[in-house]
Design a protein around this ligand. Structure first.
Ligand code: FRU
Length: 473
């Protein structure tokens, strides 16, 4: 086998089956997520010409189930004068924008950041918000003739996420002044003219620039029967300064009155691992919001050993608030796991005398309940015994539960980000649920009924894995 053929086959072994990846090019943030006409649409930051962060455009994929994705034609392309940065899509059902013909069904409207290049005659270096619309369900897009629709003359104003706020009868846009670490809230009646209503800052999120905000209306599940409440969660990404180092995402529980967001608790990690960035929700979903993140980290994305494709999105995750009897709220998230993947119960692993061997080229999930405050070690040993690559989930009563990928790679990879943040179960809890999904290079763990998620990439290239659990007492 020639070296090229070898590296090509390794890269193919890294490609997950149930996570969205670009066919042969670069990917970063999910953009324009929307459930429309019964299908899930994901757009994403893409370089249609290469494997690096350049020529930014919106690629497009659709899915019926959030785990099998079909690529569509490029939706929005860069030009010499303009990069198409991150943003969102809404269904303008009432045609408030007038962008569809009178009487025709309302259009899909994309709000994205125009990052103007030095070649632009009047706006070089500026980032402003622009519009494109689609009247054929998202396949083809037309740029609005009066772009940009919101320009503050800023060089770092970006990532508009728009939603309809029924109580005030207005569209709401959250976007960031990235370098100033500010969230700007604008409102509009027609998606075309925007008014600034408030600026939100937070002293505890100061480790880097702010990017890709989302403001979620979230149902509250309560232990008190009959309550039918909802709360608000601001999801915000920062680079660096993420919870697990490098770029990462926070969640802030709070309140929103149509104009102003107020935080009611300290920021918490949306994910305890290093590989969940720019997470945002699908428009067009009632009930629990559904989110996708970029499953990578700006600190080492250019060193991820896949070629020519680079990066994937996370599995989808639903988010909800759960109220305890004292009234405090917790963020819970659940992975959307494919129905048809191999499932192994951890009790089977614990009872086995030898490692439980699985096909590592196919996605699988390890599921079970382990003691919340005991020492145990779950080892996933990839490859042949002479040259194993270990991914380790371990629990220690003092230090909590940690996912460690330091020995999981064929070549050293992102050593400074090998371990997730620890998860410490509540002292009163006896059992800890574990759902650990491995889809080739993508590993996601849901802990403790959804109280914590960990996302990590691993690059071993092995086709077999042996799973052991020791000791369980
Ligand atoms: C976040 C980000 C966004 C920007 C896009 C450019 O990863 O930097 O703020 O819109 O990527 O690709």
């Amino acid at each position: 086998m020639t070296p090229t053929a070898l590296s090509q086959s390794r890269t193919d072994l890294f490609r997950p089956r149930h996570h969205l990846t670009p066919e042969s090019t670069w990917m970063n943030d999910p953009n324009g997520l929307i459930r429309h006409a019964g299908r899930w649409h994901a757009f994403y930051q893409n370089n249609p010409l290469g494997s690096d962060h350049a020529n930014l455009s919106w690629a497009h994929a659709v899915s019926d189930d959030l785990v099998t994705w079909a690529h569509q034609p490029l939706a929005l392309s860069f030009t010499e004068e303009e990069q198409i940065f991150s943003g969102s899509v809404v269904h303008d059902e009432q045609n408030s924008s007038g962008l569809a013909e009178p009487g025709a069904p309302g259009p899909l409207v994309a709000l994205y950041t125009s990052a103007y290049t030095d070649a632009h005659p009047t706006l070089a270096g500026i980032q402003a918000q622009s519009i494109a619309f689609s009247t054929d369900g998202g396949t083809t897009w037309t740029h609005h003739r009066d772009n940009p629709v919101l320009d503050r003359g800023s060089r770092n104003f970006r990532d508009p996420k728009v939603f309809w706020h029924g109580e005030s009868g207005r569209w709401v846009m959250v976007a960031v002044e990235a370098v100033d670490q500010q969230l700007l809230i604008h409102t509009s009646e027609d998606l075309l003219t925007w008014e600034l209503t408030s600026v939100f800052t937070h002293p505890e999120i100061d480790g880097g620039i702010w990017e890709c905000p989302d403001l979620l209306r979230v149902p509250v599940r309560s232990e008190v029967a009959g309550t039918d409440a909802e709360g608000w969660v601001l999801v915000l990404s920062t680079n660096p300064g993420g919870p697990a180092g490098g770029s990462g995402t926070y969640a802030l529980i709070g309140d929103f009155d149509g104009e102003r967001f107020t935080a009611q608790a300290s920021p918490q990690p949306l994910d305890l691992g290093p590989d969940c960035y720019a997470a945002v929700s699908f428009s067009g979903v009632d009930g629990d919001p559904v989110l996708l993140g970029w499953m990578n980290n700006w600190e080492y994305v250019n060193r991820t050993p896949t070629s020519p494709w680079r990066s994937s999105l996370t599995l989808a995750r639903t988010l909800r608030l759960v109220a305890s009897t004292d009234g405090s709220l917790e963020v819970h998230q659940h992975l959307v796991v494919p129905d048809r993947i191999a499932t192994v119960d951890l009790s089977e692993v614990a009872a086995a005398d030898s490692p439980v061997v699985l096909d590592a080229t196919e996605p699988f999930i390890l599921r079970g309940i382990l003691p919340a405050h005991a020492s145990w070690t779950l080892v996933l040993r990839f490859g042949d015994p002479a040259k194993p690559h270990d991914l380790v989930l371990s629990s220690d009563p003092e230090r909590g539960v940690v996912l460690d990928r330091s020995a999981a790679h064929a070549e050293p990879f992102a050593v400074e980000h090998a371990r997730s943040l620890p998860y410490l179960p509540d002292p009163g809890r006896e059992d800890l649920t574990i759902d650990l999904v491995v889809d080739r290079s993508c590993v996601e763990v849901e802990l403790d009924g959804g109280r914590a998620l960990i996302s990590q990439q691993i690059f071993h290239g092995a086709s077999e894995v042996g799973v052991t659990l020791t000791p369980i007492a």
